[in-house]
Design a protein around this ligand. Structure first.
Ligand SMILES: NC(=O)c1ccc[n+]([C@@H]2O[C@H](COP(=O)([O-])OP(=O)(O)OC[C@H]3O[C@@H](n4cnc5c(N)ncnc54)[C@H](OP(=O)(O)O)[C@@H]3O)[C@@H](O)[C@H]2O)c1
Length: 315
């Protein structure tokens, strides 16, 4: 099969478009014919991209953890999916990914592709939507009527966080550069703050939940806007110790986990028109290096996706 691989740790310059062996599904796994793969630019810096779960070097490695495709073959003991199913999912991090014509995925991590999306749009969903879901609902327990601040709201995770928080009935504030403001208001953000010209802690206070996708100074200053008992959840870095005056607040960092059940719910929300993926750009698999470079340059709106199967007469 044709695949994007890295033969050594590094950045987008290490990505090679070449032939690779067709992977075989083991027990509990499905072989997918990949139609589209989402790009997560930061994954090239993660140790999981180059290691097995028990820490051994895993090279060459295929990037790409968002996948949308069709089940081509099954290993033993698979009951979650059937041959020919159109599915989408988050491929666990210490495994070869979706930037290839075929990928082997744990069948229990796959869910039916939302029927209203083609594969390219479906591949923009799993990591970003699951991260937003788990941050807001699993970890922060966001509920209707609460106030949430989302940092990096126009990015891959942010656009789903905004929509899921609105769906839950929360009041959403956000930070983003000015060129995203109109777009974010259309998505349902009530207060948008340009992080380049204003300090969010001078605009907001008594927020119930902050979702941080930026880290650094943004994360550290976020304690200042929380109400007593509020939650700061970051997917960028562990929150630094909270200042003594902010007793009663809590800080959380977590790594997103695959979840078939959550992807089913997210797919139902998409098919009901409640939330939608936002595409930044669609490039062919052969141009993966350019896709990762664009992502790493930052300031993207939504998600960059690799189209793997050009024929896409979408099943
Ligand atoms: N822990 C986990 O499980 C997990 C899961 C998924 C992602 N992540 C991490 O989460 C981070 C975000 O991922 P992503 O896919 O959403 O990234 P992304 O698509 O690159 O989005 C980042 C967004 O932040 C904006 N931004 C940049 N600097 C900002 C600042 N100082 N304040 C507010 N907004 C700013 C950017 O656009 P503008 O500057 O134009 O506004 C961009 O829209 C990455 O570090 C990623 O590795 C972690």
């Amino acid at each position: 099969m044709r695949a994007i691989r890295l033969h050594a740790r590094g950045g987008p310059e290490r990505l090679v478009y070449e032939d690779a062996p067709l992977p075989e599904p083991a027990a509990g796994e499905a072989l997918l014919r990949v139609y589209a793969a989402g790009v997560t630019p930061t994954e090239l810096t993660w140790s999981e991209t180059y290691q097995t779960p028990d820490g051994h070097e895993r090279l060459p490695t295929i990037p790409g953890h968002d996948v949308s495709g069709v089940v081509e073959a099954l290993g033993p003991d698979v009951s979650d999916v059937s041959l020919g199913d159109a599915v989408y999912g988050l491929i666990a991090f210490p495994r070869d990914g979706s930037a290839a014509e075929y990928a082997v995925v744990r069948a229990g991590d796959l869910a039916p592709k939302p029927r209203t999306l083609d594969h390219v749009h479906a591949a923009a969903v799993p990591i970003s939507a699951l991260t937003a879901w788990q941050a807001l609902f699993t970890h922060a327990g966001l509920s209707a009527g609460q106030r949430v601040l989302i940092h990096g709201a126009a990015g891959g995770v942010g656009v789903f966080a905004v929509q899921l928080a609105r769906w839950r009935g929360a009041h959403v504030s956000a930070t983003a550069s000015a060129r995203h403001h109109e777009f974010l208001r259309e998505l349902g953000v009530e207060t948008v703050i340009d992080y380049r010209t204003a300090r969010f802690e001078e605009v907001l206070r008594d927020v119930d939940v902050v979702l941080d996708t930026i880290g650094g100074d943004t994360l550290e200053r976020s304690w200042n806007v929380l109400r007593r008992g509020g939650t700061l959840v970051s997917v960028a870095a562990p929150p630094p110790p909270r200042p003594a005056r902010d007793a009663g607040t809590r800080g959380i960092f977590f790594i997103v986990e695959p979840s078939r059940a959550q992807l089913v719910e997210i797919g139902e929300l998409i098919d009901a028109g409640q939330i939608r993926p936002v595409l930044n750009a669609v490039l062919p698999l052969a141009r993966a290096r350019e896709a990762f470079e664009r992502g790493q340059a930052g300031h993207v709106r939504g998600k960059i996706v690799l189209r793997v199967d050009d024929s896409e007469a979408t099943p």
